[in-house]
Design a protein around this ligand. Sequence first.
Ligand code: URP
Ligand code: ZN
Ligand code: ZN
Ligand code: ZN
Length: 456
Amino acid sequence: MSLLIKNGRIITATDDYIADIFIEGEIVTAIGKNLPVKATQEIDASGMLVMPGGIDPHVHLDMPFMGTFSSDTHETGTRAALHGGTTTVIDFVLQKQGHSLREALNEWNGRAEGTAVGDYGFHMAVTDFNDHTKKEIKEMVDEGITSFKTFMAYKGSLMINDSQMTALMQEVKQQGGMVTVHATNGDMIDYLISQHKSEGKLSPRYHYLSQPEVTEAEASGRFADIADYTGCTAYIVHLTCEGALNAVRNATKRNQHIFVETCIQYLLLDDSYYEKDFESAKWVMSPPLRKKKDQDTLWAGINQGLVNIVATDHCPFMWKQKLMGAEDFSKIPNGHPAIENRMELLYSEGVHKKKISLNKYVEITSANPAKIFGMFPRKGTIATGSDADIVIFDPEKKHVLSAATHHMNVDYSAYEGWEINGKVKTVLLRGKIAVDNGECLVPKGYGKFIKRKTVN
Ligand code: URP
Ligand code: ZN
Ligand code: ZN
Ligand code: ZN
């Protein structure tokens, strides 16, 4: 099977030119103007942007959390991702405290293998670091799981303390991997939650007020300090605010380098979403949405090169699941749906509104995730020898986001009614047309596990 994409405007993190792309099997084999080749199938991409498939390195599919499971499975979540131009995701395996990393990996393999529609990798969340876990770090790296997620919050289920963090970083550094973190001060948040509850303050707004900016800024600085001491490569997930980014900025003053991810919601939504009575539960996530000034900080951070990636932290729950917290904000499952919307929202609000360039758009949605997480140049670019993961994007097409038309397995949209400039038209995953004009053409199980390399 071969495929020729003709006359598209090819955008990578560094290039912008019009050419044809020739694909044989799963791989791009030639790029050039008026390629003298005969293909089984041709796509005319005149007037279209042709970009590498999006990579979302922060998603939670079918994840046991807060007494329930996130509502998108590996099948529904990766299919929705493809509809939105994301061809690869990295999902989180969660170690259960008192159990091994291997057991957790087996459990997640059981859910994802043969069901994922799009490509996927795994981060390993280390929630219990002990002598046995230490031995398993190298095993995981050999399996292609080279990033280790930690939680400085969610005490009693996911949180590790600073001594475990230090020991984990020492071992991960040894094995050439990376430690990533949900950086918020878990003890302080737990205290504020119980204080609010004891005062009868039980509405979703108190979720927001229990996680003030300082809880994130403090933990980001502490994490940076431990990473600096151990020399471990470090990455902060879902960074939301000025205080936390300033902690990273401070770390650069001692020549430290920390990777930073933010998520689409922190760029576009603010704390006014917590003024809607219980409907605010749709946006209950951790960390919570912040202030307008924090959005400005994050957009600037992207253009300053301090914020490297825009992900989603996709962790959807049905409205019925959100209602678990109707009487108590601390029981609302944390997370919001965005896996399908990230690429179009960021194009519309970022590129179309001239906040970021097209090259920057590809850099933060695809090239950087591929490089930072050990998949480049197989993923993250359009080049000969790379996987033919390609998005053909119509920059002129307008549409409106809605739960009535999205493909995520969740009964509300966090972006209901948002008017979008630009739409995904066709998506290729490893040379196959995976989505065309809103129709998914690859079956359940087409998605492959991507073994990632160490980059240190
Ligand atoms: O609210 C969130 N972010 N839910 C998913 C788990 C996490 O903290 O990333
Ligand atoms: Zn066990
Ligand atoms: Zn988190
Ligand atoms: Zn998350």
